[in-house]
Design a protein around this ligand. Sequence first.
Ligand SMILES: Nc1ncnc2c1ncn2[C@@H]1O[C@H](COP(=O)(O)OP(=O)(O)OP(=O)(O)O)[C@@H](O)[C@H]1O
Length: 311
Amino acid sequence: MNIVEFKDVTKIYGRKKAIEEFSFSLGENKITGIIGRNGAGKTTLLKLLSGFLVTNSGQIRVFEEDPFNSLLVSSNMIFVDDSMSFNPKLTLLEILESANHFYEKYDMKFALDLMEYFSLSREQLHRNLSKGMQSTFNMILGIASRSPLTILDEPTTGMDAAVRKDFYRLVLKDYINHPRNIVISSHLLGEVEHILEDILLLKEGKKLLHMPVSDLKNYGMGLRGEKKLMLEFIKSQQVYHKEDFGDQDLFAVVKNDFEKKTLESIKSQGIEIIPLSTNDICVHITNTKRGDIDDILSKNQFTGYNKKANQ
Ligand SMILES: Nc1ncnc2c1ncn2[C@@H]1O[C@H](COP(=O)(O)OP(=O)(O)OP(=O)(O)O)[C@@H](O)[C@H]1O
């Protein structure tokens, strides 16, 4: 059974289409990464999924219901992000107690053990915690809920490196012991990919791909060779990125839908095949800019910003 179904979903803020004709589904018990650059639409997608936002068009089903105003969805789902707000008078213990009351599978002992491990005092108020400690507490609240649909929106914001490491280990181990659907958004695939099974990649509100992380490794590849030869070869390919490499060569990132014999033929012509990391593949296929940061730097290094000329 699919836990989540999106069919042609569009969400517009003013004139901005944050999510556009988006369709995907999530089966049972997986860790899925929602990956995309800043502004790609990750948070909007997760808020639609959680029933916090209504669509402009299209259909969403979560546990076979429209998530908006659904008690079934809210009691089986937890949404964790760094802007969670609580009654300011409640202590951390009281917040956990109310979650324990609401969520059927809540593991209060686990939550309290984690609080102790991360040096969070039960008597503290949430608003008095540092940013990183708030994220840590929110993560404890979310993981201990054991919600069938656990949504973590950029959960590591503000956490230091050691806490991040513990966080990823905790999510993975707890998921193995208590399988459920965990959806994590991030703009850093490299940081989360070791705990993900599937990746849903967004670009400018649209779905670019949804596949097992292991398949993403072969989705794109780097090619380098003599410029003229390369330009001739890549003109019939889907090219995500190209840049000069020295005076003579060109480097390009292309979609990998080549047959084995084509690869052998290009190698024999002197084009080198360069394997890319999944993170590099994501960066290149979600790139929206023309040129790169070096172009801006080289344009500005001698002149600087001339206020008068620009007035
Ligand atoms: N409440 C809003 N009103 C108007 N525009 C919005 C609103 N929320 C989001 N947007 C716009 O919708 C687009 C998608 O935003 P969203 O927050 O979903 O992206 P994101 O992928 O989560 O970004 P980030 O990684 O920077 O958090 C952006 O262009 C953003 O400016």
